[in-house]
Design a protein around this ligand. Structure first.
Ligand code: BV8
Length: 260
């Protein structure tokens, strides 16, 4: 596991973390909204990051993360997701996931399709995967769903149940709507919280990113954790610039946060 160096906790950052801690201590209802940056410290590639080999800088999202791309070349899409699954099978949750997983009553609204929060021990009932999950495939005809072995995921195949549809990753592609129940719960929650933690997201993909504006509009304070400015920076009451794997353990230590 890539252990981020805690030496990155400068005095200035420690002071801002203390300020953010006060927001959280005074809040009765908190939620966490996360993106690819939360898993970056585990070694999982982000999508748009300027510093690393972000996925969209190497691949075309419309070719690989859209229904049109799958229709055009399903084997290429399945091979790309299986490459990501193989990567995911070789990494572990980082201290950021572990710090969040200790918050048993904190709801995690995540854009991430990985299972690192689950592997960090968080109850699946507390996790809303707005963009689906890479751990499952489902049939694009009858909806039959099955978990895949991340280290040896199956190549392009037809559905073994209906024999008509193709099996595809259970993630939300561009142009596809988000899972109704996950979206409904996330939207409802963001209208009724005192603080929204926004961790490791560029906040550039909608409608998910719109949750930050919804929370703000309904009176929530916004605490951002990111290694750089993002499309949500203007909404931040406090912006903690640094790695979530370093900041979250310090920020959440001694706190028991609640979403209800
Ligand atoms: C919808 C698939 C309509 C899963 C993803 C044209 C055609 C169709 C739609 C659109 C269009 N134009 C605009 C749209 C809307 C579109 C959209 O928002 N596009 C954007 C790009 C402009 N949205 C959609 O298509 C959505 N559906 O609109 O449907 C509709 C409506 C009704 C009925 C039917 C249909 C669906 C969006 C979901 C797309 N799926 N991926 C997969 O393969 O993984 S997108 C992808 O972006 C991932 O899901 C990801 O979760 C999401 C958000 O990215 P981030 O998580 O923010 O990651 P990113 O790399 O961008 O940023 C990382 C951040 O972390 C950075 O800020 C970095 O600084 C920070 N960081 C890095 N390291 C660290 C760190 N922070 C802390 N610590 C660190 N160590």
């Amino acid at each position: 596991m890539l252990e981020p160096k805690t030496t990155e906790l400068t005095n200035d950052l420690i002071e801002k973390i203390q300020q953010a801690k006060q927001f959280l201590e005074q809040a009765s209802r908190v939620a966490c909204f996360s993106g690819a940056g939360l898993s970056a410290d585990s070694g999982v590639a982000t999508f748009r990051d300027s510093e690393t080999h972000a996925l969209w800088s190497q691949f075309d999202p419309m070719e690989l993360a859209s229904p049109e791309g799958f229709a055009d070349n399903p084997r290429r899409v399945i091979d790309w997701y299986n490459w990501r699954r193989e990567q995911l099978s070789n990494v572990e949750p980082n201290p950021g996931h572990t710090a969040l997983a200790k918050q048993r009553d904190l709801v995690q609204i995540t854009q991430n399709v990985d299972d690192l929060l689950e592997r960090a021990g968080l109850d699946t009932k507390r996790i809303l995967h707005l963009h689906g999950t890479i751990t499952h495939d489902h049939c694009n005809h009858c909806g039959y769903s099955e978990a895949v072995e991340l280290s040896q995921s199956p190549s392009y195949r037809f559905c073994k149940k209906c024999h008509q549809g193709e099996m595809r990753p259970s993630v939300v592609w561009f142009g596809e709507s988000l899972p109704d129940e996950a979206w409904r719960q996330a939207d409802q929650l963001c209208r009724n919280i005192d603080v929204l933690m926004v961790v490791g997201t560029n906040a550039s993909v909608y409608p998910a990113a719109g949750l930050i504006e919804i929370a703000k509009r309904h009176g929530a304070s916004v605490v951002i954790v990111n290694t750089q400015a993002s499309d949500a920076s203007h909404l931040a009451d406090i912006e903690l610039i640094g790695k979530s794997g370093v900041i979250l353990p310090s920020l959440l230590e001694g706190l028991q946060l609640n979403s209800f």
